[in-house]
Design a binder for this molecule. Structure first.
Ligand code: SF4
Ligand code: SF4
Ligand code: SF4
Length: 544
């Protein structure tokens, strides 16, 4: 399958906000390119939601919808569908018109999952169990915390269970799932034919100018779910399990799940943990509308649950349903074994040659300088992502430039000298009154500035910059004495040439007048040309 989280390189501004917020640091920044590392990613979608430049996106599969239209296909709609669409029952009719043979609520699959959760938890007799309906939870366990795999409930997600159910009972037709989740695109790769987010369906509706308002309302097909319509809201899974509420926990957000995994042994036994990557549950998934508050979406789910209660249908006895919904979780944690000396070497290269210099500021996206060094060794990060390293590097480069600058550099404030570069020190050696005079002249705006030292004349072109926050001024004094002398020599030469030319012209005119008077001809025209030429030469001279 193609990569799920993509990067629009042109939009990325290298601000590292995505990396700072990625719970597992699955983003590579290397040689001016940034990309998500598929093997390390848990598909939580945080980087997509957080990027201010919209540089991270998920793979969109909406074009594939065309392939299924006009042939029999089945649709499984996640319960948060009713939180996303303003007129969900009209959207259902539209989907039927598109060719969907059966449209069912994914919650039916969730009912089956809850049935087996309960059974399994009872069988385990008080052992702590963690729900696995959210794929991010098991991705995190498999890739980073394999030690918690024994706590995971070993069942497929409701989406996959429902896809198996639909194919078994409605015919082996393609199943299209509509949901709020990006991770489900990975989760369903072997069970669901096409997984679209609500956002993608919105795009399809808009692109095809579909007027949803013009459709009648219709309901999903029976059989209907019994209890699990509440799955996408906080505590929803727990509410489908009858048990001791004191031992039911809800853990939301990837960081909190990580904390749970890290401290699982401290929880003791006998807990049931409903874990979901999104705060507030799937109604706050990464691909659901964000213009409604969590509370509004929650209310929509509750009112839809009430409305659907009026629909009567058979209640499925899940014992009678012959589907294999077991899932085996496999440890996939990468073993990273880097010699300590190598890590220390990178830390040293970043200027962190003692622990005090390890600021652990997190600006680069990594929690500690050590983590950052490991990422550099693994080719996931660059040393330059460390802001203090970069500042040191930039300031040492700029210091080197100023120190070796072949002109005078003066930094001053209120006529008080703050810094003079080595070139300037040499020039003003033992001449501090002269330096004071120069500062005054610079402040008065004199440019170019002429200085006489031991009968030798210097001419400087001055460029002054104001430092940020009015912390002083920097003046560059560029020695243009040579250029000035050449210019003056040239001007003198031009002036002398002018005078010579004028003299020659005057002589020629006199001669011409004499010849003309001898020949008796008018020389008025010739005279006028000579006069114009003379004027032109005078003007040229004046410009010099
Ligand atoms: S958040 Fe990440 S993807 Fe977005 S601009 Fe910043 S570095 Fe690039
Ligand atoms: S989807 Fe989540 S895990 Fe993957 S790179 Fe983005 S923030 Fe990290
Ligand atoms: S909480 Fe729901 S929407 Fe969010 S990642 Fe998990 S399954 Fe997807």
């Amino acid at each position: 399958m193609d990569k799920l989280i993509l990067t629009q390189e042109i939009n990325c501004q290298y601000c590292y906000k995505c990396l700072r917020n990625c719970p597992v640091k699955a983003i590579r920044f290397n040689k001016g390119k940034s990309s998500v590392i598929d093997d390390d990613c848990v598909y939580c979608g945080t980087c997509i939601e957080i990027c201010p430049q919209h540089a991270r996106i998920y793979r969109t599969d909406v074009e594939d919808l065309e392939k299924y239209i006009d042939k029999p296909f089945l649709i499984s709609i996640a319960p948060s569908f009713f939180a996303h669409f303003d007129q969900p029952f009209k959207v259902i009719t539209f989907l039927r018109k598109l060719g969907a043979t059966y449209i069912q609520e994914t919650s039916l699959g969730a009912d089956m999952v809850s049935f087996y959760y309960k059974k399994y938890v009872n069988l385990r007799k008080g052992k702590t169990s963690i729900s696995t309906a959210c794929p991010v939870v098991y991705e995190l366990a498999e890739k980073y915390y394999p030690e918690v795999i024994p706590y995971l409930l070993p069942f497929l997600s409701p989406m996959n269970v429902h896809a198996l159910y639909m194919k078994k009972y409605f015919g082996d037709f393609p199943v299209i799932y509509l949901g709020p989740c990006i991770a489900k695109k990975k989760d369903g790769e072997n069970y669901v034919d096409l997984i679209l987010t609500f956002e993608e369906l919105d795009i399809f509706i808009k692109k095809n100018n579909i007027d949803i308002d013009s459709f009648e309302e219709s309901f999903p097909n029976a059989p209907f779910p019994e209890r699990a319509r509440i799955y996408p809201i906080s505590g929803g899974i727990n509410s489908t399990l009858d048990g001791n509420w004191e031992n039911h926990l809800v853990v939301e957000g990837v960081d909190n799940i990580i904390r749970l995994f890290e401290k699982i042994n401290n929880y003791g036994e006998g807990f049931f943990v409903e874990a979901s990557a999104c705060f507030g549950g799937c109604i706050n998934g990464p691909a659901i509308r964000k213009d409604l508050t969590l509370l509004e979406k929650r209310r929509r789910i509750i009112s839809y649950t009430e409305k659907m209660k009026s629909l009567e249908g058979e209640v499925i006895n899940w014992e009678d349903i012959d589907l294999n919904i077991r899932k085996r979780f496999e440890p996939q944690k990468k073993v990273i074994d880097i010699p300590e000396e190598k890590i220390k070497a990178v830390l040293r290269e970043m200027g962190k040659d003692n622990p005090k210099k390890e600021l652990n500021c997190g600006a680069c996206g990594y929690a500690t300088c050590r983590d950052k060094s490991i990422a550099v060794i693994l080719g996931k990060a660059e040393k330059e992502m460390c802001i203090t390293y970069l500042l040191d590097k930039v300031s040492s480069v700029s210091n080197a430039i100023i120190e070796n600058f072949p002109s005078i550099v003066i930094i001053y404030k209120d006529n008080t000298l703050l810094y003079l570069n080595p070139f300037g020190e040499k020039f003003f050696e033992d001449k501090s009154p002269l330096l004071d005079y120069v500062l005054e002249e610079i402040e008065s705006g004199k440019n170019p500035l002429e200085i006489l030292i031991d009968d030798k004349r210097y001419v400087f072109f001055i460029k002054t910059f104001i430092l940020p926050d009015q912390s002083g001024k920097v003046s560059l004094l560029i020695d243009i004495t040579g250029e000035k002398e050449k210019e003056e020599e040239l001007n003198l030469l031009k002036k002398e040439s002018m005078e010579k030319i004028e003299e020659v012209i005057n002589r020629q005119m006199l001669l011409a007048q004499e010849i003309a008077s001898l020949l008796g001809e008018s020389i008025a025209e010739t005279k006028s040309y000579f006069a114009k030429f003379k004027e032109f030469l005078k003007k040229e001279n004046a410009d010099l």
